[in-house]
Design a protein around this ligand. Structure first.
Ligand SMILES: Nc1ncnc2c1ncn2[C@@H]1O[C@H](COP(=O)(O)OP(=O)(O)OP(=O)(O)O)[C@@H](O)[C@H]1O
Ligand SMILES: [Mg+2]
Length: 329
């Protein structure tokens, strides 16, 4: 059962964790603090090793569903930012907005005016698949596909088979199969959820560190496993170190212990996320980079390389409270 566990007396509620696969019991002593003698870290230099491209682990296309159970926890934000990060790293990406009737991935990417056709119209024979794929303005190796028009209902007979057909068709495109197909799943666990997870062989579970989101995430983990999706990683979103320090919010470590999933990333609460959502400009493209943007980039890197990246998220020294810095291991 999920519960908000009391913290041990000497527990340092830091956000930081080594992003290694979950191996219970998780060693609390792995908490890293910047050394007093070390030179101050430069966020970008330490976050990503820009001088090399990560090597793709696993077969392609990697079909990854981004899901959560609870609504509004950051699935679409995660899809947009991880998708664009992957494209910037040179991988070909197709992001599928599976939120029927309430799509908004196109808005986050600033592509809403370019969506002329959707998958429903492709399946109806009204257009070709390539006409429904919308190329990003900035990264031509990133394409968006919406399932249906805004406010429309899931057509009768539309289900997982349609998405399996889609993945097969994308694999057979003359220009070659995309390396990543990211599926932005609708909230809940009803028909839309079942449809979205059907073609996936991996999942990214997005949760916030609160008990309602965690309970839904736990339930969704069970459903994913039932469906045969065993490769499930989690993003803990909207993390606030000030609240963790005040013991008003669960730490990422507590979330990880509760769900027992490998940690793909811990994304801080950041008002820049909302600003970038409203501008239709993915956060990871911001200059100078923001902490949440860097955390998404780090998560994308880790998704590519599976478990090979030794990345950690470290708290700043107290006088720079509220900011985080990232260290590459
Ligand atoms: N790290 C963050 N910091 C601040 N705001 C955030 C963060 N992540 C997401 N948000 C905000 O939370 C809101 C919901 O995010 P988003 O649309 O990505 O969630 P969702 O899980 O896709 O929702 P739905 O279930 O409705 O599809 C948005 O306004 C977004 O800007
Ligand atoms: Mg969404």
């Amino acid at each position: 059962m999920l519960s908000l566990k009391p913290l041990p007396p000497n527990h340092n509620p830091s956000l930081l964790h080594s992003l290694t696969p979950f191996t219970p019991p998780f060693p609390r002593t792995q908490t890293l603090k910047p050394s007093k003698h070390a030179s101050p870290p430069s966020a970008i230099q330490s976050a990503l090793q820009w001088n090399r491209k990560p090597e793709l682990a696993g077969e392609t296309p990697r079909v990854v569903v981004i899901t959560s159970g609870k609504g509004g926890v950051g699935k679409t934000t995660t899809t947009a930012n991880i998708g664009i990060s992957l494209a910037r790293l040179g991988f070909s990406v197709v992001a599928v907005d599976c939120d029927v009737g309430l799509r908004n991935l196109d808005l986050l990417l600033g592509l809403e005016n370019r969506v002329n056709y959707t998958l429903v119209e492709v399946l109806n024979g009204d257009c070709r698949l390539d006409q429904a794929l919308v190329r990003d303005k900035r990264w031509s190796n990133f394409e968006l596909l919406c399932i249906s028009k805004p406010r429309s209902k899931l057509p009768l007979g539309f289900g997982g088979k349609a998405l399996v057909w889609l993945v097969d068709s994308l694999k057979q495109r003359p220009e070659g199969s995309p390396q990543f197909i990211l599926i932005d799943c609708p909230a809940g666990i009803d028909a839309g959820f079942i449809t979205a997870i059907t073609p996936a062989n991996e999942a990214v579970l997005v949760t916030t560190p609160d008990i309602t989101s965690l309970r839904d995430a736990d339930r969704v983990t069970g459903l994913l496993e039932c469906d045969g999706i065993r490769d499930i990683k989690m993003i803990v979103n909207r993390v606030r170190t000030d609240m963790i320090k005040g013991e008003d919010m669960m730490s990422v470590l507590d979330v990880q212990e509760m769900l027992g999933l490998a940690l793909l990333g811990a994304i801080p609460e950041d008002s820049e996320v909302i600003r970038s959502t409203n501008r239709g400009y993915p956060l990871v493209l911001n200059k100078p980079p923001t902490m949440a943007g860097l955390a998404f980039e780090q998560a994308a890197w880790r998704l590519v390389e599976q478990d090979s990246m030794q990345a950690v998220l470290v708290e700043e020294e107290p006088k720079r409270r509220g900011l985080f810095s990232f260290f590459g291991g």
